[in-house]
Design a binder for this molecule. Sequence first.
Ligand SMILES: Cc1cc2nc3c(=O)[nH]c(=O)nc-3n(C[C@H](O)[C@H](O)[C@H](O)COP(=O)(O)OP(=O)(O)OC[C@H]3O[C@@H](n4cnc5c(N)ncnc54)[C@H](O)[C@@H]3O)c2cc1C
Length: 494
Amino acid sequence: MKLKNTEQTQAVLIGAGIMSATLAVILRKLNPNIKIIIYEKLDRISGESSDALNNAGTGHSGFCELNYTPEKEDGSIDIQKAVNTATSFELSREFWAYLTEQGFIKDPSEFIHPVPHMSLVTGEDDVRFLEKRWKALTQHPLFEGMKFSKDHEQMKEWIPLIMEDRDKDWVGAVTKMDLGTDVNYGALTRILIRNLLISNEVELHLAHEVKKLKRKEGKWRIKTKNLTTGEKIKVYADFVFIGAGGGAIQLLDKSGIPEGEGYGGFPVSGQWLICNNPDIINRHHAKVYGKAKIGAPPMSVPHLDSRVIGGKPSLLFGPFAGFSTKFLKNGSYWDLPLSIEWSNIKPMLSVGLHNIPLTKYLIEQVSQNKEDKMNTLREFFNEAKTEDWDEAVAGQRVQIIKKDEKEGGVLQFGTEIVSSQDGTIAALLGASPGASTAVKIMLDLIDQCFPENVNEWKSEIQKMIPSYKNPEVGGDYYKNSRKRTSELLKLNEF
Ligand SMILES: Cc1cc2nc3c(=O)[nH]c(=O)nc-3n(C[C@H](O)[C@H](O)[C@H](O)COP(=O)(O)OP(=O)(O)OC[C@H]3O[C@@H](n4cnc5c(N)ncnc54)[C@H](O)[C@@H]3O)c2cc1C
């Protein structure tokens, strides 16, 4: 569709998470007259996956996630997914740096901090893999500066807590990328939406649940319920974004667009161990990712993470994956059963049949008690004491199940934008790599939904995000751009 720059043009964004917040800011920059209304079911901004304790806060850049760099049959390392993720995160850094430069974001340390990203492996085979991965990645400018070590003394300096009381014969290795970040996506979402509210650029309705969507007389009719008063409201929009996180599949189905048929959702819940001992918190400063166990979903590799939450340093281990039939943390246990329909029952059943190791893994995870989780933590931090760690529930992720001609149905771990052919409605499904790539995902959505505006908007987007569709990216581009964004985002100040 072509989005007209008039005050009559109305966009409705469903959900006040990082995706809607990012889209609202970008759309207002490109189309300053557009009227944007955000409906949020909860009584607060960012109460679901985007909130700090509901996700891992990793600025995913492909530095530490070992599942992004599989070993190919010929023994070489496939770095493409790591490169794609790193490239996407650069778009986010550029956008946040632009907003800071413009004074829209006042203090970036309210949401982003430098934290080295590290990968840790044990055993000779995995040490060989990690060294090979490091050699392959450091050929690429996006991974310049990554360090590798299997030397105990060096590792003790980098990760003292993890190396404490390690046996002399212990065989292990790490890589370290100082350019890694910890991002509080909840704080960022609140900063973006609140600043739009202050400048009267959006209307936000909290405790309003979108119940129905229907195409009517060239517009979308959205029926919403005010959860405080019970009042039912109808609004009409030229464009709708379903940024409802885990709730997106159900709303996409309600929209009735043919492109949304056949999708199902597979919910994976998460749990943390959170350190309550300041002495231990202060002895670790890194996000340390390990290798996934067989059958584990790729986004559920527990990691020992230094975080900054509410301005305070914290230390989290997890997320442990689990299973719950809810599609949102604040959702209903009926979400999964009620999402099954004729159009998706075949893909859903075939995913169940073809993913036995995943099902087995999730059942094992659900049956873990605190001590089992502590034992997994002890693989990282030998001396961890049970009383120093509390359990907490993380957010819900809904993985996409979609039709597949060969298999009947496939489980997808990435994200996907599903939009109508005319571009008047789009939903974001899936959750990984997620919030880190919100800017890239929203730019893709703009390409997909507003092809007639894209040429006219290109130079404006490049002012905000210089690497967007920029053929000059390469060579020393990232070195210079990272220097600039690090300064603006105060990432040089450890
Ligand atoms: C355990 C875990 C770890 C993660 N770790 C990371 C990480 O380290 N790095 C990273 O980049 N990403 C991570 N992610 C993914 C990331 O959190 C998500 O991709 C991102 O937050 C999704 O943002 P969103 O705006 O789409 O959804 P959300 O933040 O979930 O927002 C959706 C909003 O829509 C609202 N809503 C739903 N239905 C309705 C309705 N009918 N009407 C009105 N409102 C509605 C919800 O209440 C919610 O507030 C993680 C996720 C989980 C669960």
